[in-house]
Design a protein around this ligand. Structure first.
Ligand SMILES: N[C@@H](CCC(=O)N[C@@H](CS)C(=O)NCC(=O)O)C(=O)O
Length: 204
């Protein structure tokens, strides 16, 4: 049985949503940040980054949430993958884009505003992220115009991966309601049993 290290929070959220969506039984292993479990030698052997998520599937170990989701979906030949080479490439495109362009900017804001002491706060980093986000959210909003899902009428892995990045807005207290297509799409995804089972941001 696959083990997911990391509870249903942060970057592990999208892996749990995928497992639930696909109906795969798995084991959730808590990595307790308060106890510093992520930096303990036994965990660093699995993920030298000291971050969650990480999966163990028999002898195989994998970290990076987007790679984990692609592996799981491919291993179980999920309907959530693309039907063609091009659709799969688009799923990758949107997933990598979302983690780099959407999530990274939201995390930068959350980190500077809520985790860094005021004296050490980097206002330039906040401004840079605040300047970037409208551009990238507009790109997503345009993609969703007249569509139910990122690739059109079919719910795919792209929706799980990209939505989980947009939902990091919660940590940053960033309001994206002006992007109507994005907010309607997130509201619809939240009605799915998989997303509904793990309200975002999830509790530890
Ligand atoms: N790019 C990585 C990001 C992983 C990551 O940043 N995980 C955070 C939680 S969202 C973490 O484990 N942080 C622990 C720490 O910084 O001590 C992925 O998507 O898997």
């Amino acid at each position: 049985m696959i083990k997911i290290y990391g509870t249903k929070m942060g970057s592990a959220f999208r892996c749990h949503v995928l497992m639930i969506e696909m109906g795969i039984k798995y084991e959730e292993v808590k990595v307790d940040f308060e106890k510093g479990d992520q930096f303990k030698p036994e965990y660093l052997k699995l993920n030298p980054n000291g971050k969650i998520p990480c999966i163990v599937d028999g002898d195989f170990v994998l970290w990076e949430s987007m790679a984990i989701n692609k592996y799981i979906a491919t291993k179980y030949n999920s309907e959530l993958l693309g039907k063609t080479l091009e659709e799969n490439a688009l799923i990758d495109q949107w997933s990598y884009w979302a983690i780099l362009e959407v999530q990274a900017n939201l995390y930068a804001i959350a980190f500077q505003k809520f985790w860094v002491q005021e004296a050490d706060r980097d206002e330039k980093a906040i401004k840079k992220a605040m300047d970037e986000l409208p551009k990238v959210l507009k790109i997503l909003d345009n993609q969703l115009e007249g569509k139910e899902y990122i690739l059109g009428t079919r719910f795919t892995l792209a929706d799980i991966n990209v939505a989980s990045c947009v939902m990091a807005a919660d940590f940053a207290k960033y309001d994206y309601s002006a992007y109507k297509n994005v907010s309607n799409w997130i509201a619809n995804l939240n009605k799915r049993p998989s997303f509904a089972q793990i309200p975002f941001p999830p509790k530890k």
